[in-house]
Design a protein around this ligand. Structure first.
Ligand code: UDP
Length: 328
C-alpha cells in the first residue's frame, strides 16, 4: 500500500516506518523536523513540510498516490500543553484538521491516528478498557480527544475510515539499535534513567512516593515501540473490514517508577542515584491498559511483556548513541 507517514521522523513514527517498509509497503515520510530527526529516516523518501500547510499536504498525497495516512505529528509535552495551550491547539487540532481536509480533497479515506491514554484523565477503573469515560485533565489529552471526536464526525459525514490508537507509555527501541528515543528536552522516565546510567545526569528524581500504590510510586504500562509499530499496520489493514476502530495499545502489565529504576540498574549495571521528589502535577497514580480488545479485533498483542527486555532495547540505543541522532 502507498502510505504517507506524517511525523514519520519522530520516535514512534520512525519505528512504524521501519515496520511498514519491512512489510513491503511504499512509504513516504512527511515531517517538519521540528522534533523529528533526518537520521531516523535516511533510507526513506521524505517531504519536508508542516501539517498546517494543507496545499502541500494535498500535493504530496496526489503526487505520491497515497492510499492511506498514518499521523504521528503531534506535540506531546503535557506540562508545556498547560503553560502554552495555544501551541497544542494549533498543531494537534488545527494541524490534524488540515490533514483530514487534505485527505477529503484528494480522496484518501484511511487514517491511523495516534491517540493516547491521556484522553482517559484519571480513570475510575484500572485496567482501562476502551469504554472508560474520556475526561482528560490536561490540554494535551484534550487535543487528542477532540480529534477522536472529529474523526467520528468525519467518518459519519465524509466516509473517512479511521483507527484511533490510544497508546500507553511508548518505550524501548528497535533491536537493531540504530533508531530510538531522542527528545529535547527529555522528560520521560526510561530515557532519563538511562541518561543517569550514562553519567549524563547526576540523579533521577522520583516524582512522588506517597501514591496509593504498593510502593508509593506511580504505575504505568510501558509498551514497546516495535509492538506499537506492528499494531499500526494491523489496524490499517483492519480498516478494510471495519471503518472505525478505537483501541488501547498497552501490555496490560503495570510497572511502578521504583520498579523501572530497579530494572534499569539490573540492565545497565550502574548504580543510578535517585532523589525522592514532590509529585508532578497531573500524574494519575495508575494507568494500565486492558489490551484484550486489540487482541480480539486485530489479533495483536504486545510481545515485550518483560520490562527488562524493553529497557535493554532502549539501553542498546542510548549506550550506542549517547548524544542521540547525528544532527544535520
Ligand atoms: N517520572 C519520574 N521521574 C522523571 C520522569 C518521570 O518519577 O524524571 C514518573 C512520572 O511521574 C510518571 C512516570 O514516571 O509517574 C512516567 O512518566 P513519563 O513522563 O515517562 O510518562 P507519562 O506517564 O507522563 O506519559
Amino acid at each position: 500500500m502507498k502510505i504517507l507517514v506524517i511525523g514519520g521522523a519522530g520516535y514512534v513514527g520512525s519505528h512504524a516506518v521501519r515496520h511498514l517498509v519491512g512489510a513491503g509497503h511504499d512509504v513516504l515520510v512527511y515531517d517538519n523536523f521540528c522534533y523529528g530527526h533526518r537520521a531516523a529516516v535516511r533510507d526513506v523518501p521524505v517531504v519536508e513540510g508542516d501539517i498546517l500547510d494543507q496545499p502541500l499536504l494535498e500535493r504530496t498525497l496526489r503526487d505520491h498516490g497515497s492510499e492511506a495516512v498514518m499521523h504521528f505529528a503531534a506535540f506531546t509535552y503535557v506540562g508545556e500543553s498547560v503553560s502554552d495551550p495555544a501551541r497544542y491547539y494549533r498543531n494537534n487540532i488545527v494541524g490534524t484538521l488540515s490533514i483530514l481536509d487534505a485527505m477529503r480533497a484528494t480522496g484518501v479515506d484511511r487514517i491511523v491516528f495516534s491517540s493516547t491514554c491521556a484522553t482517559y484523565g484519571e480513570p475510575g477503573v484500572v485496567p482501562i478498557t476502551e469504554s472508560e469515560p474520556q475526561t482528560p485533565i490536561n490540554p494535551y489529552g484534550f487535543t487528542k480527544l477532540a480529534i477522536e471526536r472529529a474523526l467520528d464526525d468525519y467518518a459519519h459525514a465524509y466516509g473517512i475510515r479511521f483507527a484511533a490508537l490510544r497508546y500507553f507509555n511508548a518505550s524501548g527501541a528497535d533491536e537493531a539499535g540504530d533508531i530510538g528515543e531522542d527528545h529535547d528536552p527529555e522528560t520521560h522516565l526510561v530515557p532519563i534513567a538511562l541518561q543517569v546510567a550514562l553519567g549524563q545526569r547526576d540523579h533521577l528524581s522520583i516524582f512522588g512516593n506517597d501514591y496509593p500504590t504498593p510502593d508509593g510510586t506511580c504505575i504505568r504500562d510501558y509498551i514497546h515501540v516495535t509492538d506499537l509499530a506492528e499494531a499500526h499496520l494491523a489496524a490499517l489493514l483492519h480498516l478494510e473490514r471495519e471503518p472505525v476502530l478505537k483501541l488501547n495499545l498497552g501490555t496490560g502489565v503495570g510497572v511502578s517508577v521504583k520498579e523501572i529504576v530497579e530494572a534499569c540498574r539490573r540492565v545497565t549495571g550502574h548504580e543510578l542515584p535517585v532523589v525522592e521528589a514532590a509529585r508532578r502535577a497531573g500524574d494519575p497514580p495508575e494507568l494500565v491498559a486492558d489490551p484484550s480488545a486489540a487482541e480480539r479485533i486485530l489479533g495483536w498483542r504486545a510481545r515485550y511483556l518483560d520490562i527488562e527486555a524493553t529497557i535493554a532495547s532502549a539501553w542498546h540505543w542510548h549506550s550506542g548513541h549517547p548524544d542521540g541522532f547525528a544532527k544535520d
